[in-house]
Design a protein around this ligand. Structure first.
Ligand code: G4P
Length: 526
């Protein structure tokens, strides 16, 4: 198969949702369709449930599971689908943000009872930064949910994206009758729980009395009114607007009942983009370029504390990746070769000899790679768009065992390279502050530092609001600012200067006092 053919048959995507909306259930049904698993219940949730807050072994176990389910590859209708799993627990949201840098599109799951929830809002912000195409799946129609029009309004309002329903529910909850596919003009009847998947019944004319017979007069009447309204309110679906991340097509269904999932998958392979061109420091790289390039978006420590091997997840962006070939590690400016490379198919891991754009390869690494690193065949470009985001909680690291200072430094460095949290080292004094998205991350760091590196730490709360990356058109003004705020300046993992703002009000005041300085909540900005 040629490079072009390999690219055309690949779809790499992630599912985003607020915990409990049905991501794991949907993943499992998609894998069933792909024949990647044989029975329901085979996908272990990678989410860390609340009860695990005090159970470290449970966290470790679940981290182990999440390696296995980090990437699930399967074939469906001759399309190679790579589904990248994202941790459901909000405390690990940064891991999810980074995973989203490696996908070409996403499916967003929304619970029809709860509507748009906070975690979905945050994840969509990341998608919008990159104009990632989004398909929306409104789930749990077997429950009494909110009015579908109201839900769509909420999506548009809270997620700042236009929507276009491509299917429409007929009633919901106990009276859920099924969905009408507005695109194919076919009716899918819901026959109760755990049903087998049926092909849709063609109803080309919505005024066909067959519809009344199948779903009842009242429901048919309501559907006709809804369809009329949809066609009046929403412009026709334009696939280009979807590909530009401006419009999200919407489907309705019930994942647990395997209802509406096949339609979603069929539409997904038809609409979702194959591997797309990507920005680098030098130029845009197209997937069909002959030379291999790729970047690391995730690093996972091995479970065995005695061997500090790590798995680095590489997204292939262009050309063909070959195991054993000599590549350039652009940041370190040196050659690197991987004799051990793993592909992820369903839940199995197997050695791969070659991989194509859109594929994810697991590379065994002993400490050379960190998140954001680029591999090429020699060109000195680096992929961009893998930013750090300002953490939300900050704590100072207090070393409790002076004998283990070296181990602590090494451990901190490695955990930060894995992206477990972000470390900010103050310019003055030797203070190191760890920033995280959720409290649970501190507990994981503390546990892993002890368990894997023998270092004992405590964390001391810091009164900090945000870490702001700074820039200015005027280098002199920037230097003046840095000099005047020395006590509040720290360095991030890439040695970039960061202003540590103590409160929202104070940041506002500083912004007013230094109008020539721009403050950014992510490490990459234009
Ligand atoms: P998540 O990964 O997004 O966190 O959600 P997950 O799939 O684990 O689903 C959360 C809960 O919602 C699960 O119930 C799941 O069975 C249920 N669910 C998923 N899809 C549907 C649906 O279409 N209709 C209804 N009514 N429920 C759905 P649970 O009780 O938390 O877990 P379980 O014991 O059923 O596994």
């Amino acid at each position: 198969m040629t490079l072009d053919q390999q690219i055309a048959k690949r779809r790499t995507f992630g599912i985003i949702s607020h915990p409990d909306a049905g991501k794991t259930t949907l993943t499992e049904k998609l894998l069933l369709f792909g024949g990647a698993i044989q029975k329901a219940g085979a996908v272990k949730s990678s989410k860390i449930k609340d009860h695990a807050r005090s159970d470290w072994m449970e966290i470790e176990k679940q981290r182990g599971i999440s390696v296995a389910t980090s990437v699930m590859g399967f074939n469906y209708k001759n399309i190679k689908i790579n589904l990248l799993d994202t941790p459901g627990h909000q405390d690990f949201a940064e891991d999810t943000y980074r995973t989203l840098t490696a996908v070409d599109s996403v499916i967003m799951v929304i619970d029809c009872v709860k509507g748009v929830e906070i975690q979905t809002e945050k994840l969509m912000e990341v998608c919008r930064m990159r104009n990632t195409p989004v398909i929306c799946f409104i789930n749990k129609l077997d429950r009494e949910g909110r009015d579908p029009f109201e839900l769509l309004d909420e999506v548009e309002e809270k997620l700042s994206i236009k929507v276009r329903p491509l299917s429409w529910p007929i009633n919901m909850g106990k009276n859920f009758k099924g969905v009408y596919n507005l695109y194919e003009k076919s009716l899918h009847l819901f026959t109760g729980s755990k049903q087998t998947v049926q092909e849709g019944l063609e109803i080309k004319d919505i005024n066909d009395t067959e519809l009344d017979r199948l779903v009842g007069d009242t429901n048919a009447k309501q559907l006709r009114a809804d369809v009329e309204l949809i066609e009046g309110v929403y412009p026709d679906f334009d696939v280009n607007e979807y590909l530009e991340g401006k419009v999200a097509p919407v489907f309705f269904g019930s994942a647990v009942n395997n209802f509406g999932v096949k339609e979603l998958l069929d539409s997904f392979i038809r609409l979702a983009p194959p591997p797309i061109p990507r920005a680098t420091t030098l130029r845009i790289v197209k997937p069909d370029e002959n030379k291999f390039t790729g970047f690391i978006f995730k690093i996972h420590a091995n479970m065995d504390p005695k061997h500090r091997n790590r798995i680095a997840f590489l997204r292939v962006c262009s050309g063909k990746f070959e195991r054993g070939a000599n590549y350039t590690h652009v940041r370190q400016e040196k050659g690197i070769r991987f004799s051990n490379a793993t592909a992820f198919m369903a839940q199995d891991r197997e050695t791969v000899d070659e991989a194509w754009p859109g594929d994810i390869v697991g590379l065994f690494d002993t400490g050379n790679l960190k998140i954001g690193d680029t591999l090429t065949e020699g060109e000195k470009l680096m992929y961009t768009g893998i930013p750090s985001f300002s953490p939300e909680i900050f704590k100072e690291v207090i070393n409790m065992d002076a004998m283990k200072t070296k181990q602590l430094e090494k451990g901190l460095l490695q955990l930060m390279e894995e992206g477990v949290a972000q470390l900010f080292s103050y310019e003055l004094g030797n203070r190191k502050v760890v920033g995280v998205v959720g409290q649970l991350q501190f507990e994981v760091i503390q546990f892993r530092l002890k368990n894997e590196y023998g270092a004992t730490v405590q964390f001391q709360s810091q009164n900090l609001y945000k870490a702001c990356w700074i820039s200015s058109k005027d280098p002199k003004k920037l230097q003046e600012f840095i000099d005047s705020k020395q006590r509040h300046m720290a360095r991030d993992k890439d040695d970039k200067l960061v202003f540590m703002a103590e409160s929202r009000a104070w940041l506002q005041m500083v912004q007013d006092n230094f109008p020539d300085i721009s403050f950014h909540f992510t490490s990459e900005f234009k």
